[in-house]
Design a protein around this ligand. Sequence first.
Ligand SMILES: *[C@@H]1O[C@H](CO)[C@@H](O)[C@H](O)[C@H]1NC(C)=O
Ligand SMILES: *[C@@H]1O[C@H](CO)[C@@H](O)[C@H](O)[C@H]1NC(C)=O
Ligand SMILES: *[C@@H]1O[C@H](CO)[C@@H](O)[C@H](O)[C@H]1NC(C)=O
Ligand SMILES: *[C@@H]1O[C@H](CO)[C@@H](O)[C@H](O)[C@H]1NC(C)=O
Ligand SMILES: *[C@@H]1O[C@H](CO)[C@@H](O)[C@H](O)[C@H]1NC(C)=O
Ligand SMILES: *[C@@H]1O[C@H](CO)[C@@H](O)[C@H](O)[C@H]1NC(C)=O
Ligand SMILES: *[C@@H]1O[C@H](CO)[C@@H](O)[C@H](O)[C@H]1NC(C)=O
Ligand SMILES: *[C@@H]1O[C@H](CO)[C@@H](O)[C@H](O)[C@H]1NC(C)=O
Ligand SMILES: *[C@@H]1O[C@H](CO)[C@@H](O)[C@H](O)[C@H]1NC(C)=O
Ligand SMILES: *[C@@H]1O[C@H](CO)[C@@H](O)[C@H](O)[C@H]1NC(C)=O
Ligand SMILES: *[C@@H]1O[C@H](CO)[C@@H](O)[C@H](O)[C@H]1NC(C)=O
Length: 545
Amino acid sequence: MHTLKISAIALTTALHCSGSHPPWSGSEEQCRCFPGDHCWPGHDEWQAFNNTVGGRLVATVPIGAVCHNSTFGPYDESSCAQLQSEWFFPQTHIHSSSSIMAPYFTNNSCNPFLGPNTSCTLGNLAVYAVNATSVDDIARTIAFVRRHNIRLTIRNTGHDYMGKAAGAGSLSVWTHYVNEMQIVDYNSSFYTGKALKMGAGVMNQDSFKFTHDHGLVNVGANCPTLGVAGGYTQVVTGTGQVLIATPERNQDLYWALSGGGGGTYGVVSSLTVKTYPDVATTASNLTFSPAGVDSGHYWDVVHTWIQSLPTLTASGCWAGWVLTTESFSLAPGTCPGKDREDMSRLLQPTLDKLKQYNISYNLSITEFTSFYDSYVAYNAPWNVSNAQLGGRLIPKSLIEDNSIALLDALRTLTDDFGIEVSGVTLNVSQGTSAPGGNSVTPIWRTAVFDCVLGTDYHADTVLANDMTQTYLPLLEQLTPGGGAYLNEADFQQPDYKSVFYGGNYDRLLQIKDKYDPGHIFYAITAVGSDRWYEDESRGGRLCRV
Ligand SMILES: *[C@@H]1O[C@H](CO)[C@@H](O)[C@H](O)[C@H]1NC(C)=O
Ligand SMILES: *[C@@H]1O[C@H](CO)[C@@H](O)[C@H](O)[C@H]1NC(C)=O
Ligand SMILES: *[C@@H]1O[C@H](CO)[C@@H](O)[C@H](O)[C@H]1NC(C)=O
Ligand SMILES: *[C@@H]1O[C@H](CO)[C@@H](O)[C@H](O)[C@H]1NC(C)=O
Ligand SMILES: *[C@@H]1O[C@H](CO)[C@@H](O)[C@H](O)[C@H]1NC(C)=O
Ligand SMILES: *[C@@H]1O[C@H](CO)[C@@H](O)[C@H](O)[C@H]1NC(C)=O
Ligand SMILES: *[C@@H]1O[C@H](CO)[C@@H](O)[C@H](O)[C@H]1NC(C)=O
Ligand SMILES: *[C@@H]1O[C@H](CO)[C@@H](O)[C@H](O)[C@H]1NC(C)=O
Ligand SMILES: *[C@@H]1O[C@H](CO)[C@@H](O)[C@H](O)[C@H]1NC(C)=O
Ligand SMILES: *[C@@H]1O[C@H](CO)[C@@H](O)[C@H](O)[C@H]1NC(C)=O
Ligand SMILES: *[C@@H]1O[C@H](CO)[C@@H](O)[C@H](O)[C@H]1NC(C)=O
């Protein structure tokens, strides 16, 4: 989950082509150039390019290669066992120049768990990555893909449910090491004060630690190793020119970057966000289980919990909770600027129900002197998710008018289909302002929580169609005309233009075409993505519709 407020974004753009090479213009060229094509650069050209990016070009060797005999090298039993034991730790992927975490998009092309006799190929992984550390590295990479008509992908950590950071036959800008941080005095007509300027590779846990060390706090996401500048703000494109986008400069681009989806308008090289004075914070965990409990009683407690959520968000609190067939788990509830009594009051209706039904539970509430301390104490180290997602924003009106129908849907999803249901609960309009507005789908403003559905992914079973055709429709029929958070959603979402972007799609497309006239940026479900398709009969190469 990821929300942020951006004050300024520095980026390079493809619009102002300052290089000596014309942009790709061959209308007869239907597809991006692919390895093996005669247009694919030769060894010398790649080496020359490597020199322009300071030797930072990395040829992809899938990290799973040690578990197979393949062109990448021999099977290595002990390295393979080591990799398998570390596979679900984010660091395993974050330090790789190519690995993507979402199992669906890895497509088993080099799966370390399928046995040494299965194949290991690049599949959807980039062919090369530029281990960028500067704006120049990014700009030179964009110039190179333009010159050679090569597909570009942008990747930071590899956290990416929608497959946007993956791309067969691509050259990838790897932003993980663009990671400088600085507290700056920002001065503009819309905000004057402290701000955090950070490189595109900075992760949440590092930004929180950094601002905390300066007595400040910034808005970021829950997952510690997720990039701050990803998600709703990721961008750029370009051949050498660096643009600053703020509510005052290049404001159309600023607006598009602030919610209009990653990998679409350009490559963000750095992001400056407002900081706030650090704040005393109270956090809580609550768990209970349906085991041995009358199921009507159990679901009545969950019902009470859901009905209590609008009060919780109105208090400026945030809650992450998960429902499975085995448990309800709030982990955590977080209330900046609130104390133990405030937190207890918000949980009281749910606790009363638990007591009424004599259901045992575990509850912890802790007061901290800073947001960061609560974040560290109440966040489990996150494993790489093995789930395939779908999502729907749940409006307050549904909770007020028909919470029984919502409860029935959640019950069906967990009890009948074994879906893990996550409730990412917050009011995005609370306590922050967005100068110049932003392009986040307006449906977020009506939402109490983002209901994220996760199915277990089995290496040999694709549950994607069940998500699209069976699971999500249970929530869609309760929320006609509704929306979804575009980063934790179904990549096959029908009507994604309205579901992900609300009424903003057409304006976003105009802005994309202004800053990316060569259509360098493509990502699944991104604005303008319907101009392209991945040709599975030819290795997944990207072709014009
Ligand atoms: C790029 O150059 C560096 C430094 O010479 C080298 O280590 C690296 O292997 C090169 N990358 C490729 C893809 O050849
Ligand atoms: C997290 O991943 C590690 C390493 O793959 C694994 O051993 C562990 O069981 C996982 N924990 C959870 C809660 O999934
Ligand atoms: C996975 O590979 C198969 C076989 O090449 C292809 O048909 C399929 O579309 C690919 N799926 C993804 C998600 O890349
Ligand atoms: C991998 O290749 C090595 C050497 O060619 C061979 O000894 C080994 O049996 C092969 N392993 C598998 C699983 O095919
Ligand atoms: C893997 O391939 C090798 C050599 O082709 C063969 O001897 C072995 O039985 C195979 N192993 C499995 C698990 O299929
Ligand atoms: C990427 O660059 C960083 C910073 O220079 C370096 O520490 C890291 O080893 C590089 N990684 C790869 C895979 O080249
Ligand atoms: C911000 O800029 C304005 C206009 O240049 C100036 O008057 C003001 O003093 C500046 N404020 C700070 C805090 O630097
Ligand atoms: C509540 O449950 C406990 C065991 O979980 C049991 O000992 C006790 O009698 C129950 N009390 C009531 C009022 O049902
Ligand atoms: C409460 O926590 C204890 C210790 O971790 C655990 O054994 C118990 O199952 C938990 N109870 C519930 C209802 O979650
Ligand atoms: C709260 O729950 C999370 C997730 O289970 C756990 O990692 C963390 O240690 C818990 N914190 C406290 C203080 O109970
Ligand atoms: C969110 O907070 C704003 C400002 O307090 C309020 O006007 C709005 O009704 C709230 N929205 C929801 C969905 O709770």
